[in-house]
Design a binder for this molecule. Sequence first.
Ligand SMILES: [Zn+2]
Length: 276
Amino acid sequence: MANSSRHVNSVSVVLASKPTPRQAQDVALLSNDGAEIDFCYRLRRSAKRKTLEIRVSDGQVTVAAPTLAPLKSIDAFVQSRRHWVLSKLCEQRSALNVIQARGFEAGAQWPYCGEMLTLAIECEPQKKVGSGVIREGSTLHIYLSGRSQKPHDEQVVDRLTQWYKQEASVVLAEKSRDMAHRLGLASILGNIKIRQTKTRWGHCTSKGDLQFNWLIMLAPEPVIDYLVAHEVCHLRHFNHSRAFWTLVESVCPEFRQHRQWLKLHGPGLRIQVPAR
Ligand SMILES: [Zn+2]
């Protein structure tokens, strides 16, 4: 999160740490199901190059451009190719990503904070069981209502969503408080809120409130810890300056790797019924 309103402060689109001679631009796109997918492209300028060229490999977008090509025309070029870029990215990311393919039947496995939980589907007893989900070790019992008109998968999605949100609010608040304490920032840490936003994983307000996208709970725990460290470090540095990244690195030495993981796999962290 930065203090300029034009700055894109989603962690998922945090750019390469060395901006020169490479530069990157953020582009937001809509995928087929209407969900927003962010990508940033790496700009490589070369004096020898006469034309613009866009490449997508390993889930990353690179634009090669002549040294003097104006950013405006490079941006327009990327926009004009966005459907092609998106289809390539989706193809590559889904190949790289196993999370999207998870099912909603008994035995399906769902990641939770670095663990794998196996779904057990049960009929809701006469007396309602809280949110309809009970965790027992690595089993997640999902209680479905026999009276609901909703299809099976949608009921499971509802229950899972509610459960992940509840867990996220407890776990992320605890992790944020621990991290703030570790950095001596506990006194300026405000409220911790759980949201689902299309473009941001986390957000820090000028009041010291932190917001997190609960879907981060589907990521490995070191990635969750990186996100928490990132937002808590904004309590001291309200920008993405060198000093900010140095502070992040002091508590999360592998942050580059986790940031990269989030860029690559973030779009696949979802709980939704596949389109029929
Ligand atoms: Zn940030």
